[in-house]
Each structure stands twice: as structure tokens, then as C-alpha cells.
Ligand binder design. Structure first.
Ligand SMILES: [Zn+2]
Length: 481
């Protein structure tokens, strides 16, 4: 199995959320009735002229800068020629030899048991989306909807820097999180705003030269990407180790059957007969324009991670995890601003809150626990009003009702017993009622005190502060000895 090394590269198509299409003024709303958002330009009628949407260019630049890409000083569009019914012009306006940006890098932060790594970005260029074919089951005809034709896309191509499906998965996740910071797309894979193809090849371990690759399409979720790549590794391994070869081709992932299927033999760039788009003249991007876009960039995960470590004293793992997603990082900072102790707040988020998110398959903002409520909870534990054990139950109640923790503590009578007089009396009762454990303890079995602490906790309905209970029991045992 280890005779081969896997090489993976990704190609991501991102729909840029502009109000209008890339070369015309048609709206880009999702889910409108078919062909209601079209005009002669995006329908490719004769004699029409495309005009580049400035906002598209700005959004594309924003992503390119966030991915640490070099920006092309002179921009040029090309026609990529092919025939397909969803492409009314018979060509797609894209970029070829002078893409918007190139040579970037994406830093993928460390995961629980895997180190951080970097993926180089080969290029990111602008192009237009095609329309959509609708195949109705049972019908002999297919329908076409051109609403999507002309929606701006940014195609992001990575270098083949990933070695496992897991790395590809993490790269995509980091890319999506970075894009969400930029607010240039809803990044919704189900709506097709974020689409991914993967290139994969195998080569003998230690070889420099790349093997023959296949391209996998139809990957509608990150999970599909991981599963399809794992399948393709096995398929290529079998072919190569039995003396066969891998053919350069495009394959489709069938998630139901769990296999990749041949879609078409791979086309090459020259098949598309690229030539410069004569209706869009090449133009020079002024450095002031690039700088203006750079100034709109938010603080991105790598910088925010460093700041979280310095400002809040978090470990690099905690800081990296919290800043990976903008809403998580914002939530953490709001809770800290509301008084939450940073380290404890980080622990609650990464522990119970994210576990609840996974369990319910929702985002943290859907949990009915506003950041201010979490801050209150952290403080209740900090001030020993409730024990950490009780706080877990309190959080569950908060998620159920959406109530703030302080009134809930009162309503549910949850306050921790920290009054030593009350505990002293209870401890004496426990000691009198459990002579066996007491004599064990006095005979040197120090462990026996755990049983007595348990009894004391039970007597106080779990509301005793466990440390205090332990201390008081020790002193009662000493007195009676
Ligand atoms: Zn249009």
C-alpha cells in the first residue's frame, strides 16, 4: 500500500455574491423563476457587448489578496470555446494567460492530532458561470435555465500540495472559512455557490515526476470530496499495482454507490481554442485600486490567531480553532467583552457548546446562548456560585429555554452551597452515619474520603462546592480522631 504516494490538487469555483452579473446588469438572486433574470448580453444574442462589473473585480481581488496571491498588473479575458446547451454563446468568457492573480498560499492550521501545513495557490481568475440544464424524470425533453449564465465566478486552483484526502478536506475547510471572513460569497455548497473538483494521481513513493491524474467532479460536499478521493486512491492503486495504467480522464462521484464513474476523457487546453475576447479590451490595474481593496480586508485567521494568543493568553491550538471560523471568533470576543474569563470561555465554546452544535447539526449562534449569557455562566463558576458540574446542567437548561443563567440559577434553586456552617453540620451527619468508611479512613485508607465526599454531595443535592466539602470533611475527621 505504501509503495505509492498520493498527490492531490483542488479546483474551486466560487460564485461571487454581487448584485448583478459579471458582464450585464441582470440580477443574481437565487431561486427566481427560470429565465426571469436574463438579457440579450447573458443570452449571447448577436451584437451585444459585455461590460465588466467593477464589484466583481473588487471581490475577486479581495480573495486573491487574502490568499496572498500576486496580482496581475494587466488584465485580459479570453474566450473558452465549447458547445453545450447551457452555454448560449458557444463560449465562456474566462481568463487564460493573464489571470487576475497567481502564486498565493493558504495556511491550514493544526487540527487535533495533525500539524499545520501550507497549500500553494497556483492561480485565481475571473470567469462567468454557465446556465443550468434541468432533466425532469420521466420526460423526454430537458429544460434550460439561463438565470445562472453570467453569474461571476472566481476559479481558485491550488498546486498539487496535498497528500491525503484528509488534507484536501482540511484545505477546503480553511479556504471556506477564509472566504466567509471576506463576505464575498455565501459559500453555500448546496446552492452551488461553492463547487469543488479534485485532481488526484499516484506515483511511486520517492518519485519526483507526477503520475497520470484523474479529475473528479460532482463533489457536492466536503464529505464527498474526502470519500471520492479515498475511493480513487484505491482504484488507481489497484490499476497500477496490477501492471495497468491510469488514464487521464474526468470522473464523476456517485455518492449513492460510493464510486467514481467515467464522465469523459480529459480535454486539454488546446481543445478549447482559447483566444482573446475582442469585446473586452485588456486593461491595467492601478496599484492604488489594489491598495484600496487591500484596506478593506478584515483581520484574517492567521493574524487573529496570533492576536488571540497574545491578548487572551490562549494556546496556539485554542486560538487557531476559535479563529478558524469568523462567527466562532466573534462569539468568543463578545463573551470576553461581556466579562467572560478568556481561557474558561474558550473551553466552554470548544467543549460543551461545539459538542451541542455537532449533536444538533447547527451553528453556535443557533444555540439560544448569546455570548453575554455564556459570559455570565463563566462568572458564576468563577465566583463559585455554581460548581463546574452544576454549570454543565445549567448550560443545558439555558440551551433549552434561552434564559440567562442568573435567573435560571434562582428559579431552579441551583446555587452552590459554599456556606461552611451548613456544610460542617452536614459533614458531621455523614461522618456519624458511615462508621465503616470513617474507620477505613482513620486506618490509613485515604481513598475512603471520596465515598464520604460523595455522601456529602448527595445530602446537599449536588450543590456543595466539592473542594470545600473535601476540606471540611477532612477537618471533621481529624477532630473526631
Ligand atoms: Zn443579462
Amino acid at each position: 500500500m505504501s509503495a505509492f504516494e498520493t498527490v492531490i490538487g483542488l479546483e474551486v469555483h466560487l460564485q461571487l455574491a454581487t448584485r448583478t452579473k459579471i458582464f450585464c446588469g441582470c440580477p443574481t438572486l437565487f431561486g427566481s423563476s427560470p429565465n426571469s433574470q436574463t438579457c440579450p448580453v447573458c443570452l449571447g444574442l448577436p451584437g451585444v457587448l459585455p461590460v465588466l462589473n467593477r464589484r466583481t473585480l473588487e471581490s475577486g481581488l479581495k480573495v486573491a489578496l487574502a490568499l496572498n496571491c500576486r496580482i496581475q498588473p494587466a488584465l485580459k479575458f479570453h474566450r473558452k470555446n465549447y458547445f453545450y446547451p447551457d452555454l448560449p454563446k458557444g463560449f465562456q468568457i474566462s481568463q487564460y494567460d493573464l489571470p487576475l492573480s497567481f502564486e498565493g498560499v493558504l495556511e491550514v492550521p493544526a487540527a487535533a492530532e495533525a500539524p499545520a501545513f501550507a497549500v500553494r495557490i497556483h492561480r485565481a481568475h475571473l470567469e462567468e458561470d454557465a446556465g443550468k440544464l434541468v432533466h425532469k424524470e420521466g420526460s423526454r425533453a430537458s429544460l434550460v435555465d439561463y438565470n445562472r449564465a453570467g453569474i461571476p465566478l472566481l476559479e481558485i486552483v491550488t498546486e498539487p500540495d496535498m497528500r491525503t484526502p484528509e488534507e484536501a478536506y482540511r484545505c477546503l475547510q480553511t479556504l471556506k472559512h477564509t472566504l466567509q471572513y471576506l463576505d464575498v460569497s455565501d459559500c453555500d455548497m448546496e446552492k452551488g455557490s461553492l463547487r469543488c473538483d479534485a485532481n488526484i494521481s499516484l506515483r511511486p513513493a520517492g518519485a519526483k515526476e507526477l503520475g497520470v491524474k484523474t479529475e473528479i467532479k460532482n463533489l457536492n460536499s466536503f464529505k464527498h470530496v474526502r470519500n471520492a478521493l479515498a475511493y480513487e486512491i484505491r482504484r488507481q492503486q489497484e490499476a497500477l499495482s496490477s501492471g495497468g495504467k491510469v488514464i487521464q480522464e474526468t470522473r464523476l462521484w456517485d455518492d449513492v454507490k460510493g464510486v467514481t464513474l467515467l464522465m469523459r476523457s480529459k480535454e486539454f487546453a488546446h481543445d478549447y481554442r482559447y483566444f482573446p475576447e475582442p469585446d473586452l479590451v485588456p486593461f491595467v490595474l492601478q496599484s492604488e485600486e489594489i491598495q484600496a481593496v487591500r484596506r478593506t480586508l478584515p483581520e484574517l485567521p492567521p493574524a487573529r490567531t496570533r492576536r488571540f494568543m497574545e491578548q487572551y493568553g490562549l494556546s496556539s491550538y485554542d486560538a487557531g480553532r476559535l479563529t478558524s471560523e469568523k462567527q466562532l471568533a466573534d462569539y468568543f470576543e463578545s463573551a470576553v467583552q461581556a466579562g467572560g474569563v478568556p481561557k474558561a470561555t474558550a473551553n466552554w465554546i470548544q467543549g460543551d457548546l461545539l459538542a451541542a452544535c455537532r449533536e444538533r447539526n447547527v451553528e453556535i449562534l443557533d444555540l439560544k446562548v448569546p455570548a453575554a449569557h455564556l459570559a455570565q455562566l463563566v462568572l458564576l463558576v468563577e465566583h463559585q456560585t455554581v460548581s463546574s458540574r452544576m454549570a454543565k446542567d445549567l448550560l443545558k437548561a439555558m440551551m433549552k429555554t434561552g434564559e440567562a443563567p442568573e435567573p435560571l440559577v434562582k428559579r431552579l434553586g441551583m446555587s452552590q452551597v459554599t456556606d461552611s456552617g451548613t456544610l460542617q453540620a452536614a459533614a458531621q451527619t455523614v461522618v456519624q452515619g458511615n462508621p465503616k468508611a470513617v474507620s477505613d479512613y482513620r486506618a490509613g485508607k485515604r481513598q475512603a474520603i471520596k465515598f464520604l465526599v460523595g455522601q456529602l454531595m448527595a445530602r446537599t443535592k449536588g450543590q456543595a462546592n466539592p473542594e470545600l466539602a473535601h476540606r471540611i470533611l477532612e477537618s471533621v475527621l481529624k477532630e473526631g480522631a
